[in-house]
Design a protein around this ligand. Structure first.
Ligand SMILES: [Zn+2]
Length: 369
C-alpha cells in the first residue's frame, strides 16, 4: 500500500473513532467535512482523475464524499458555436441530452480504486431521464450490472434556471408519474436521493409564494419511505431566497425563506426530507449580511439533523478548490454550536449514506444474481 493510501486509511479510521467518542474531528484530525454533493466530471464528461481526487483533493481534509458526474451533456453544435467547444450550459444555445454512459464511467473508475479508497466514496446513479417512464429500468439495470458500487441516485434535476428548457425532448416536471416511479423504486432499493429542483422560477416577483413549492411538497409527501435530500435548499444562481414584502393591496405578509424551510422541517409528513447547503451560489446568500449569517446559523443550530454540507464542486483540479467553498461558510461555522457544526459537516452524512449503503447492498443480495 502506498504511503498516501495508508494515511487515508488512518484518517478515515481515526475520523470514525473520534466521531464515536464525540470528539470534534476538524480540530483533532484536520478532517473538515464529508462532501454530500460532488461532481467528478463536467457538462462534457471531462473531469478529475478519481485516485487523485481521493488521495490529494480529499486528502486528510475530507473523510467521505459522494461521487457523480453530470448526466446532461452539452452538445457541441458546429452550426451554433463553430470551432468554439462549449463546456458549460451557458456557453451554447445547442441542447443538453442525457448521457447515460456516465454511470458506467463512474462505476468503472470506482472499481479501479483500492478498497480503502472505495470506502471513502458513495457513487450515485444519475444517467437517466426523469421524464421517461423507463428511467427506473435504467436505474435497476445499473445496480444489476455494477452490484456493490452505488449508494444512491442524483444529483438529478427537475427545475433549474436556464438548464431545464435546454434539455432535448420532454421537459421534466414535479407532477410526472415517471418521477414518482423513480422515487418509489429508490425507497424500495434503499437508494438515497439527491434532487435538484429550484423552488422558484428565475427573477420571480418578491413577496409571492415560490411557484414550485406546492408541487415539490406534494411530490415529497407521496414518497415517505424514500430518503430525499433537496439540493441547495431549492435555491440557485438566480433563484434567491424569497423576501418578506407587505403588499399594499393585500396587506398580507408572505413568509420569509426561513419560515418556509422551518415549516417543512417541522412538518411530520416531510420527516424523510433533508437539505444540502452546497454550491457557492447558495453560500453567497447565507453570508450576504450579518443578518443572513445569524438567520442561517439559527436555523442550523435549531435543526442540526436536517442539513448537510457539500461543495457542489465540478471537476476540481486541486484541494484549494475543494476547501474554498467550505471556507465561504466560515462566518456561519463560527456561529454554530459544536454539536450542530459536527452534524452538518460530518455526522448527518455518515448516518444517511451508511444506512443507504447497507440497504442497497441488502437489496442487491436479494435481487441481483
Ligand atoms: Zn450539483
Amino acid at each position: 500500500m502506498q504511503a498516501s493510501n495508508r494515511r487515508a486509511v488512518a484518517a478515515v479510521a481515526s475520523c470514525t473513532l473520534l466521531l464515536a467518542l464525540g470528539v470534534p474531528v476538524a480540530r483533532a484530525e484536520g478532517c473538515l467535512f464529508n462532501d454530500a454533493h460532488f461532481h467528478l466530471t463536467n457538462y462534457v464528461q471531462q473531469g478529475t482523475d478519481l485516485g487523485k481526487y481521493v488521495d490529494e483533493i480529499m486528502g486528510d481534509a475530507v473523510c467521505r464524499s459522494t461521487l457523480f458526474g453530470i448526466p446532461l451533456q452539452q452538445t457541441w453544435s458546429y452550426e451554433n458555436s463553430g470551432e468554439f467547444a462549449p463546456t458549460y450550459y451557458l456557453q451554447s444555445d445547442a441542447p443538453l441530452y442525457y448521457y447515460s454512459f456516465t454511470d458506467a464511467y463512474i462505476a468503472r473508475v470506482y472499481q479501479k480504486l483500492n478498497p480503502a479508497q472505495q470506502k471513502r466514496l458513495d457513487p450515485m446513479i444519475t444517467g437517466f431521464n426523469p421524464a421517461d417512464m423507463y428511467a427506473v429500468d435504467h436505474i435497476r439495470r445499473v445496480l444489476e450490472l455494477f452490484p456493490g458500487v452505488f449508494t444512491g441516485i442524483g444529483e438529478f434535476t427537475i427545475h433549474k434556471e436556464f438548464v431545464s428548457s435546454k434539455v432535448a425532448g420532454e421537459i421534466a416536471n414535479l407532477t410526472d408519474p415517471a418521477l414518482d416511479r423513480i422515487l418509489e423504486f429508490a425507497g424500495e432499493a434503499g437508494l438515497v436521493v439527491i434532487l435538484h429542483s429550484d423552488i422558484d422560477m428565475p427573477f420571480a416577483t418578491a413577496g409571492a409564494e415560490p411557484v414550485f413549492l406546492r408541487q415539490m411538497k406534494d411530490l415529497l409527501r407521496r414518497h415517505p419511505k424514500t430518503t430525499i435530500i433537496w439540493a441547495h435548499i431549492g435555491l440557485g444562481r438566480v433563484v434567491r431566497p424569497v423576501q418578506t414584502q407587505a403588499t399594499a393591496d393585500t396587506a398580507e405578509r408572505s413568509p420569509t425563506y426561513r419560515e418556509i424551510v422551518e415549516a417543512m422541517v417541522n412538518d411530520p409528513t416531510l420527516a424523510h426530507v433533508y437539505f444540502d447547503i452546497s454550491w457557492d451560489e447558495v453560500a453567497k446568500y447565507a453570508v450576504a449580511s450579518p443578518e443572513s449569517v445569524r438567520n442561517t446559523a439559527a436555523m442550523l443550530n435549531r435543526y442540526p439533523d436536517r442539513f448537510l454540507f457539500g461543495t457542489d464542486n465540478v471537476a476540481p483540479s486541486d484541494q484549494s478548490a475543494q476547501l474554498r467553498v467550505y471556507h465561504l461558510w466560515d462566518p456561519v461555522w463560527k456561529e454554530l454550536t459544536p454539536e450542530a457544526s459536527r452534524k452538518v459537516r460530518l455526522e448527518n452524512y455518515l448516518r444517511l449514506f451508511d444506512a443507504a449503503r447497507a440497504r442497497v447492498r441488502a437489496w442487491e443480495s436479494a435481487n441481483v444474481r
